[in-house]
Design a binder for this molecule. Structure first.
Ligand code: AMP
Length: 451
């Protein structure tokens, strides 16, 4: 006897759903490729092509330099579920000669599922409605030609902005359920090219990118610049939009530290030297905010800049000690043309102090050069760097200048020849009122600076 129950009639056919599909091509005989794609769709069981828009010429958006496109749109009715339809589209693209290439690169055929009924879906390889549909005239025009009511299609805000931990958790949970990897770039805003370099890397390595913007009061001492720290939110959101960030988390202080919030992450003695000695309590504040942000986002990879080398060392420890899952990715320092490390606080420097601050990377370069020419005595290397800073009269204070082991920033013993596993770190103050500049470099790396 069969274990399967007898079925007396066919199961009901899945209800057909109306789909809007974007068509594009910018290699080979473009119109022929689009027409062939429509024919292939027509010939696919479960797909009915209801209407096809005229094709028109459009200039490429983003990506490398490439020929202009022919674009159009089609209205279909299908019984295929979204991912099955995506599979059909990919197969037709491959048949047309499409091979994997750079994001927004040239292609003989591009088929984009723009809408699928009123379904909203967010998975690793398919987001519906198409998230950039409303920004693209080459998609909107053919849709209008089909008579589609484009204003009724929900817009994926770009980037989405969340202000509460719950909103972030809801979104990231949905991504994880769709098998997306999540990259996280925590910042205090006033975003510049240095932050952008982290975001670009996260964009390359992860399916979804979250940036947080939060000027964390816990890491500022009472006399520090918490109130005057720059907060250009709309420029920051624009930078995030340009870099394809999926979600920007901009919590208020009460979202991060609700009434009654009392926990602090203690950090090791190492965190009490250098930055920690100049800014007591700073790293407790950093570790506490990062632990909370991390638990909210649960990223697969978190991106930090080596510009704040001691911060990276403290956070590496935090990740290990608390078994924070996911990878901590360290990114190189991004510098301005003249060698000054980019920083949100560079705006505090007046023009003369801005020039004077070049002494910081020049001091590091002096030590690196001396090392390259064979000097390995720690104190001589430090002296080479100190001479550069002392010669700059606008340098009004040297908070620290140290050579440490790169891997954990443990002190480098005076008697041990300095090798390429060492890093030199500095914090110096410029101008009145003084602005602190911190910087660092590994021996063995080269540092180009203007004199
Ligand atoms: P902040 O907004 O200053 O807290 O910085 C956020 C993140 O961006 C930190 O991981 C910083 O180390 C990193 N970052 C800031 N400036 C730079 C830079 N010039 N190069 C590389 N990373 C940077």
């Amino acid at each position: 006897m069969s274990l399967h129950p007898r079925v007396e009639h066919d199961p009901p056919a899945p209800a057909p759903v109306e789909v809007l599909l974007g068509l594009g091509s910018n290699l080979g005989d473009r119109d022929a490729a689009l027409l062939r794609a429509v024919e292939r769709l027509r010939a696919t069981p479960g797909i009915e092509v209801l209407d096809v828009s005229p094709f028109h010429e459009s200039v490429p958006v983003g990506g490398p330099p490439q020929p202009t496109y022919r674009n159009g749109a089609a209205r279909l009715r299908t019984t295929l579920p979204p991912h099955a339809l995506l599979g059909v589209c990919k197969a037709i693209e491959r048949e047309a000669g499409r091979v994997p290439g750079p994001r927004n690169g040239p292609r003989p055929l591009d088929l984009d599922i723009l809408t699928y009924g009123d379904v909203q879906l967010e998975t690793r390889d398919l987001v519906i409605p198409h998230p950039r549909l409303h920004e693209r005239p080459f998609v909107l025009d053919p849709l209008r030609a089909l008579g589609a009511d484009v204003d009724a299609i929900p817009r994926g805000e770009s980037p989405r902005v969340a202000t509460t931990p719950l909103d972030v958790q809801a979104r990231t949970l949905e991504w994880r359920q769709g098998s997306c990897t999540i990259g996280f770039v925590p910042t205090m805003g006033a975003l510049h090219e240095g932050h952008a370099s982290l975001i670009r890397r996260a964009r390359r390595e992860c399916d979804r990118v979250v940036v947080s913007i939060f000027v964390n009061p816990l890491q500022f001492a009472a006399h520090e610049d918490l109130d005057k720290y720059p907060r250009p939110l709309s420029a920051d959101l624009e930078l995030c939009r340009q870099h394809g960030v999926d979600l920007v988390f901009v919590p208020g202080v009460a979202d991060m530290y609700p009434a009654g919030f009392a926990s602090r992450i203690a950090v090791g003695a190492e965190a009490e030297t250098m930055e920690g000695a100049s800014r007591p309590g700073h790293f407790v504040g950093v570790a506490t905010v990062v632990a909370r942000l991390w638990s909210i986002v649960l990223p697969d990879r978190s991106y930090y800049g080596r510009k704040d080398a001691q911060q990276v060392a403290v956070l590496r420890r935090l990740h290990q000690d608390l078994c924070l899952s996911g990878e901590l990715v360290e990114c190189p320092i991004d510098r301005e043309e003249d060698g000054l490390a980019r920083s949100s606080r560079n705006v505090y420097l007046g023009p003369a102090d801005r020039v004077a601050a070049r002494a910081v990377p020049r001091a590091l370069a002096a030590a690196l050069d001396a090392h390259r020419f064979g000097e390995t005595r720690r104190d001589e290397l430090l002296a080479a760097a100190r001479r550069v800073l002392e010669a700059e009269r606008r340098c009004v204070g040297l908070d620290y200048l140290e050579i440490r082991r790169d891997v954990d920033l443990a002190p480098w013993p005076a008697v041990e020849p300095v090798g390429i596993e060492a890093r030199i770190l500095v914090a110096a103050r410029f101008g009145q009122p003084p602005t602190r500049r911190l910087d660092n470099a590994a021996f063995g790396e080269s540092l180009a600076v203007a004199t």
